[in-house]
Design a binder for this molecule. Structure first.
Ligand code: NAP
Length: 256
């Protein structure tokens, strides 16, 4: 119960990696606000809240489009209602258009930037505004974990807007970490490599899976739980003196 008495908001937590993060944080005792535009898991099965509650944990669903500031502020307010403070903010929601530059429309760009970059800005801002007003517990007022990607550091083949948005997340993580460390707000990111989720289309096309495995030294692709365990670590007090880190969970992709 490493997160006993903590409250957390996880965006994009209905499906995939976000769902695994919400479940893992709840397993360790956190009360979790599942913030997503939908409750329906892409991969099918029980909702995140139902899964957590069935296991004896605490979670509520909050309808939240991360492109809307009000939705994020009310998600943070829900966490505060439940636990009196916001201990952990996980900015996970993201989308992509799977298009190279010359096929990326302005609408594609605006939509992806609105979720992947602006959504993280708004989520971090709502969290920091709240955390600045709450007492220190030990050395820490609150922790932010952003979900970036190896594709925020190296090119995302033929997925232009997604990669640019993820690069913004990598940058924001460092900037926020540096600016708010003196206030006891800890900001880090987890950068997943290729993780098998309920995504369809190009993400699971045989040639894309083969490409991902060819880039990944570890002999399998990632699981949502791989990422969730790293988020748990960065969300817990075991992660001390770790500031502005983009922790790769990529089976060695970036080492290769
Ligand atoms: P996913 O299966 O597509 O799940 C994303 C969730 O976010 C879905 O529930 C989605 O709802 C929701 N969402 C979409 N737009 C939203 C919005 N505007 N506001 C709130 N929620 C929204 O994605 P994933 O594969 O788990 O990826 C999770 C994170 O990991 C993302 O940040 C992604 O960039 C990162 N990542 C993933 C991989 C990978 O290989 N899977 C690799 C590197 C990084 P809908 O289902 O209705 O769209």
């Amino acid at each position: 119960m490493r997160l006993k008495d903590k409250t957390a908001v996880v965006t994009g937590a209905a499906s995939g990696i976000g769902k695994a993060i919400a479940i893992r944080l709840a397993e360790e005792g956190a009360a979790v606000v599942v913030a997503d535009i939908t409750e329906t898991p892409r991969e099918g099965g029980q909702t995140t809240v139902a899964t957590i509650v069935a296991a004896g944990g605490q979670a509520v669903f909050h309808s939240c489009d991360v492109t809307r500031n009000d939705d994020l502020e009310t998600a943070v307010a829900r966490a505060v209602e439940i636990g009196g403070r916001l201990d952990i903010m996980v900015n996970n929601a993201a989308i992509g258009t799977d298009t190279p530059l010359h096929e990326t429309s302005e609408q594609d760009w605006d939509r992806v930037m609105a979720v992947n970059a602006k959504g993280v800005f708004l989520g971090c801002r709502a969290a920091v505004r709240r955390m600045l007003d709450q007492e220190l517990i030990g050395e820490v007022r609150g922790r932010i974990v952003n979900i970036s990607s190896q594709h925020g550091m190296i090119r995302a083949p033929n997925d232009f807007d997604y990669g640019v948005g993820k690069a913004a997340v990598v940058y924001m993580t460092r900037q926020i970490a540096g600016d708010y460390a003196e206030h006891g707000i800890v900001c880090n990111a987890v950068a997943p490599g290729k993780i098998l989720t309920g995504k369809t289309g190009r993400a699971i096309a045989p040639e894309m899976l083969a490409y991902s495995q060819s880039r990944t030294p570890w002999p399998r692709l990632g699981r949502p739980a791989d990422v969730a365990n790293a988020v748990l670590f960065l969300a817990s007090d075991e992660a001390s003196y770790i500031i502005g880190e983009n922790l790769m969970v990529d089976g060695g992709w970036m080492a290769n």
